[in-house]
Design a protein around this ligand. Structure first.
Ligand code: NIG
Ligand code: FE
Length: 376
């Protein structure tokens, strides 16, 4: 594939006619929690009647996930991946964090690693119920035996640094232990309240500080000066009726901003990046150009990748085709299924090993894949 003016395009024997529609890089969803069982409809219902969201709801999903068999968990994961693909996502990251035992965390990562290279160990999602009276012992488990079992299956380590989850010292211990085992840090930071997460993320050179909903000026300055992407997850604010993160403030300070779904059954049960783009434009001060960049190249930056999220020589030709004349329609026509097809290298790499590639609705077919590196 080649990018540039159509009049200068070289001859090719593989031509896809887009018919005036929009071609974008496939979305890079750099934050999701897709290995889980059960759902939390009742909790959502109660919240929409006025109850507040709290980190403790995670325990409900932990119980359901532990009780589920491998096949059920993987079928769930594949269902949400297919859903995401239909909405234009060609690369996704996903995490453990609903097992919280050595065996259940390692299992979640093993299953996730069959579908993506971007796998994150989140044993430090919340203190496991069995350790409620002894959080220090749980941190010792997460940084010891559980880390040993999980590190071989993961690229990243994450911690939920928040009141009701892990404080700054505990988060530092988790991330430092992970780094020593070769995992790269990323942090759930400053979601529900102000706290040390963002500055810790920058200090430890985390690829991303995720949520960034409650930021002091010092947090914004640290992000601007550092190498850590601020990943905003508006599905969470939508689903918890919380105040929006201020994307404009971050962009104006020169921070690199990514947009992702945070797809999980508790705080953000959406797999739709276009929905997040629309929210970011409507309510977080982003222009459509900025929001689409953040959902593609921004997500890639949050995964420290340059081979996805943009259509340029050397990158994978992971394309999303929109049934719309421009990317602005993602925000202008919210909730409308504009993605006419997508596919490409990243998702192909994410296919379970050994599973044959299959034709996908509206996307490339097995005999006409779009899996081609973009060449000059
Ligand atoms: O990113 N913040 C921590 N984890 C999830 C919530 C998970 C849940 O409520 O089950 C999040 O919002
Ligand atoms: Fe999350």
């Amino acid at each position: 594939m080649w990018t540039g003016e159509s009049s200068k395009a070289p001859a090719t024997d593989n031509r896809v006619e887009a018919g005036g529609r929009t071609v974008l890089p496939g979305f890079v969803d750099s934050h999701s929690h897709l290995v889980f069982a059960g759902d939390r409809t009742e909790e959502f219902n109660a919240r929409m009647s006025g109850r507040a969201y709290s980190a403790g709801g995670i325990r409900t999903t932990v119980a359901a996930t532990r009780a589920a068999g491998d096949a059920e968990l993987e079928a769930n994961l594949v269902r949400f991946l297919d859903e995401a693909l239909r909405q234009g996502t060609t690369t996704f990251e996903t995490k453990s964090g609903y097992g919280l035992t050595v065996g259940d965390e390692a299992r979640a990562l093993r299953l996730a690693a069959r579908h993506t290279d971007e796998v994150t160990y989140l044993g430090a999602h919340i203190v496991a119920p069995e350790y409620a009276r002894d959080p220090a012992a749980y941190v010792a488990l997460v940084t010891g035996e559980m880390l040993d079992a999980c590190a071989p299956h993961a690229r990243w380590i994450d911690v939920f640094c928040e009141k009701g989850a892990f404080d700054g010292d505990q988060a530092r211990a988790v991330l430092t232990a992970g780094k020593a085992k070769g995992l790269h840090p990323r942090v759930h930071a400053n979601q529900l309240s102000y706290g040390p997460g963002v500055q810790l993320a920058v200090e430890l050179d985390a690829a991303s500080a995720d949520h960034c909903t409650h930021l002091t000026d010092a947090d914004v300055d640290a992000l601007a000066a550092g190498n850590t992407v601020a990943t905003l997850l508006p599905g969470a604010e939508f689903s918890t009726r919380a105040d929006w993160p201020d994307a404009r403030r971050l962009l104006d300070a020169g921070v690199t901003v990514a947009l992702s779904t945070d797809c999980n059954p508790g705080s953000s049960f959406t797999s739709s990046v276009p929905f997040c783009v629309a929210l970011a434009v409507r309510d977080m001060g982003m222009t459509p150009d900025e929001a689409v960049w953040s959902a593609t190249a921004g997500g890639a930056a949050a995964l420290r990748r340059t081979d996805i999220g943009r259509l340029t020589p050397g990158a994978y030709a992971d394309l999303a085709l929109l049934d719309a004349p421009s990317h602005v329609h993602l925000a202008y026509r919210p909730g409308v299924p504009l993605v006419a097809g997508c596919g490409g290298g990243a998702y192909a790499r994410c296919e379970p090993r050994g599973r044959p590639r299959t034709a996908r609705r509206g996307g490339p077919s097995a005999d006409r894949p779009w899996r081609t590196s973009v060449t000059p």
